[in-house]
Design a protein around this ligand. Structure first.
Ligand SMILES: O=C(CO)COP(=O)(O)O
Length: 250
């Protein structure tokens, strides 16, 4: 059985006090048993506090980025070793905001993937087409290229540490979600692309999350699709009640 995962990407939201408040509320309200693994990704400065707070709870912690180098003169950057040393073993890579605003290329993301995997971290690998790609019917090509150029160089063994997150850029923070049918169509395409390159075991085991304006109102229908194994949640992850409603929708 594939792992089902609901991850909250907090992006550049929540200062230290707000982080503590949201975590307290999540810890208090999360159901004793959930069908999905639950992960939150606060900002770098609040990661250590989140790890401490979430110790002995079912909620895991992820970083939102990592630098590709082991260390050195890279002012303002954070290494995989630093994350591991505070107990963070998951990282979101390839997010469309990193690609678009911070000019992260497939080649750079591939490098970051290697570094994270070398440090035995789990990678939540994000990818997805822009609106113009879908309008020009090029979305499958774009998605396939992002996978091939950013991820497909990894070994078969590494796939157990990879989670995929399909996030169509036009659905991120826009209030416009992919329809459950559009999500399923793309998730199935992604799984078949992986099957061709890496075989049945890996294709059937890898979790593919959907991200882009998931809310309590639309979560259940999206998650009901056979190739959608959970969600990567932005805006709705910033309120405990909304996030937990999404967690229980799976
Ligand atoms: O980018 C996202 C998660 O990484 C999705 O953001 P929204 O849920 O706010 O659309």
């Amino acid at each position: 059985m594939r792992k089902q995962i609901i991850a909250g990407n907090w992006k550049m939201h929540k200062n230290a006090n707000q982080t503590e408040e949201l975590l307290n509320e999540l810890i208090t309200k999360i159901p004793a048993k959930t069908n999905a693994q639950v992960i939150v990704a606060p900002t770098f400065v609040n990661l250590a506090a989140a790890v401490n707070k979430l110790k002995n709870t079912p909620i895991g912690v992820s970083a939102q980025n990592v630098h590709q180098a082991e260390g050195g003169a890279f002012t303002g950057e954070i290494s995989a070793d630093m994350l591991k040393s505070i107990g963070v073993d998951t990282v979101i890579l390839g997010h469309s905001e990193r690609r678009a605003i911070f000019n992260e290329t497939d080649a750079l993301i591939a490098n970051k993937v290697d570094t994270a995997l070398k440090h035995e971290m789990t990678v939540i690998f994000c990818f997805g087409e822009e609106l113009k790609d879908r309008q020009s019917d090029n979305h499958f090509n774009i998605v396939e290229n992002q996978l091939r150029d950013g991820l497909f160089h990894i070994s078969k063994e590494s796939w157990s540490n990879v989670v995929l997150a399909y996030e169509p850029v036009w659905a991120i923070g826009t209030g416009e979600t992919a329809s459950p049918e559009q999500a399923q169509e793309m998730h199935e395409f992604i799984r078949e692309t992986i099957r061709k390159a890496f075989g049945n075991d890996i294709a059937d085991e890898v979790s593919i999350l959907y991200g882009g304006s998931v809310k309590p109102e639309n979560a259940k229908e999206i998650f009901s699709k056979p190739d959608v194994d959970g969600g990567l949640i932005g805006g709705a992850a910033l309120k405990a009640d909304d996030f937990l409603a999404i967690v229980t929708a799976i």
